[in-house]
Design a protein around this ligand. Structure first.
Ligand SMILES: Cc1cc2nc3c(=O)[nH]c(=O)nc-3n(C[C@H](O)[C@H](O)[C@H](O)COP(=O)(O)OP(=O)(O)OC[C@H]3O[C@@H](n4cnc5c(N)ncnc54)[C@H](O)[C@@H]3O)c2cc1C
Length: 463
């Protein structure tokens, strides 16, 4: 195979794989590398005892109708990812189960506050683009408190914000929250991919190969080669090297700039900005394999408290090193979307929640199990096995200290304050949940890929 490439992509996470597919379809000769032996970074899956287990606890807000599906359509393979749309989502507040809807959230808060929460939801859909523009750098909690100071009402919004962006409401961007909430509600296409999370990056990688590109796994890049002030290639840990006029990093932006390329090749203020970037927060995920199907639930938002500000209480406790007895969680059952993800008749349930890094994970295991049994008491005696996937595992797969999303969508790192997909070092670009883009997790990464594709191919012509 020829060693001439138009672009080399470092990392097979969603952003890297998506931009690779777009460029390969447009005729670019692509080499895509990953240090891991599987593709997908944070959006990957592994096998255990006949189950396909996702690394995280994933659900895709816009799925086919958002940036993930758009990449497939742009490369002429609209069905490359097969989606199963969510039927109904459930909200469980303490021990009360209901449909996860704006109406039920409003009905759960004290009567005198219900109108205020409803007013907030109406505002979300009525704000003009001009008014929305003014809210990029307004912290979400500040905006919410213009409508309601009720702790439970605030918790609802903070939990949705937490699920979307994995940053706290006092740092989260109001405009990014409103845009994503609107898009998800209006698209009504939240879904899960047949075959598990890994199906998404796999579909893009298969497209790269189909359009003549090459994938190398277990290929860790140790250096981005810079000559005459331009990125010109990569050197792998095993000593081999590859050259191309365009190098796209899907890896950690800090590691890319400060270590792989080297800070000396960038302006000082850019290096400082990159070094100061902060990541989204971390998560633990409990994976429970069951001997039989115990629920039809596909998606649940679980909140263990109904009175006080649950999120604030949990976060305060965690910061003091106290692991709460129960935690709020996003709960999914991938086998209810795609039964082939487990042995026949069996069920897999995931619980995911935000947590600080470097914890005593045995305590967390207990807490997560408490939460699991609080939601599904009927699971007693039917658990085949469970395992807790901590940020350490995410770090091993994708780096960035094991954070959930990438560079946090906080008010100081959003919109025009986000790192650009174009670096100041000629020849070096980014496509990931770390630079450019808008949206939730994988959709942010795929949007970053679309943005870079526009820069590299559509706007300027083939480099
Ligand atoms: C627990 C959890 C739950 C989540 N839930 C959701 C959800 O419900 N919905 C959603 O949309 N998103 C969710 N996400 C977030 C989403 O998975 C990520 O934001 C997204 O996948 C990040 O994609 P990325 O393109 O930035 O690449 P990453 O996933 O960061 O991948 C980077 C890749 O680069 C590779 N790499 C790094 N360094 C090198 C090197 N030197 N050489 C070669 N390769 C290298 C890594 O091996 C990795 O494969 C969740 C994530 C986690 C961890």
């Amino acid at each position: 195979m020829s060693d001439h490439y138009d672009a080399i992509i470092v990392g097979t996470g969603v952003g890297g794989a998506a931009v690779g597919a777009l460029l390969a379809h447009a005729g670019w000769k692509i080499l895509i590398l990953d240090k891991n032996k599987v593709v997908g970074g944070r959006c990957t899956s592994y096998e255990k005892d006949g189950f396909v287990v996702d690394l995280g606890v994933h659900l895709f807000g816009m799925a086919d109708k958002g940036s993930l599906g758009d990449v497939c359509r742009k490369i002429g393979l609209p069905d490359a990812i097969r989606w199963v749309t969510i039927g109904t989502a459930t909200l469980m507040v303490k021990d009360r189960r209901m449909k996860y809807s704006r109406k039920n959230m409003s009905a759960s808060v004290p009567e005198e506050e219900q109108k205020n929460l409803e007013r907030l939801f109406v505002e979300v859909f009525q704000l003009s683009d001009e008014e929305l523009e003014k809210l990029w750098y307004v912290p979400l909690n500040e905006w919410v408190s213009r409508f309601t100071t009720d702790p439970l009402a605030q918790s609802f919004i903070e939990r949705i914000n937490g699920q979307y962006f994995c940053v706290r409401g006092n740092e989260g961007s109001t405009a990014e929250f409103i845009k994503c909430f609107r898009e998800v509600v209006q698209a009504r296409s939240s879904a899960y991919p047949v075959g598990g999370c890994i199906s998404i990056p796999k579909a893009y990688i298969e497209a790269i190969e189909r359009f003549g590109g090459r994938l190398l796994l277990k290929a860790e890049v140790s250096k981005i080669l810079v000559e005459d002030g331009k990125a010109v290639g990569v050197k792998l840990k095993d000593g081999s090297s590859f050259r191309a006029p365009v190098i796209i990093s899907n890896a950690d932006i800090k590691a890319t700039v400060l270590e792989l390329a080297g800070g000396e090749h960038f302006p000082k203020d850019y290096v400082e900005k990159i070094a100061d970037l902060t990541y989204s927060y971390h998560a633990v995920a409990l994976k429970v394999a069951l001997s039989e199907k115990i629920t039809d639930d596909q998606l649940m938002m679980y909140m263990p408290y109904d009175q006080e500000s649950a999120v604030e209480k949990e976060i305060e406790q965690m910061q003091e090193g106290i692991v709460p007895d129960r935690v709020g969680a996003m709960i999914t059952s991938p086998t209810n979307y795609d039964p082939s993800l487990g042995p026949e008749g069996r069920q897999m349930i995931f619980l995911g929640t935000g947590c600080p890094p470097r914890q005593d994970w045995r305590k967390w295991e207990e807490t997560m199990l408490n939460s699991f049994y609080a939601v599904y008491p009927q699971a007693k005696g039917k658990v085949l096995w469970h395992r807790l996937d901590s940020p350490d595992l995410v770090n091993a797969y994708a780096g960035e200290d094991g954070c959930i999303i990438g560079v946090g969508q906080t008010i100081d790192q959003i919109h025009e304050r986000r790192p650009s997909v174009v670096s100041p070092l000629p020849g070096l670009y980014f496509a990931s949940a770390e630079a450019g883009g808008h949206g939730i997790g994988t959709e942010l990464a795929a949007d970053s890929a679309r943005e870079l594709f526009r820069v590299l191919h559509e706007s300027e012509g083939k480099v």
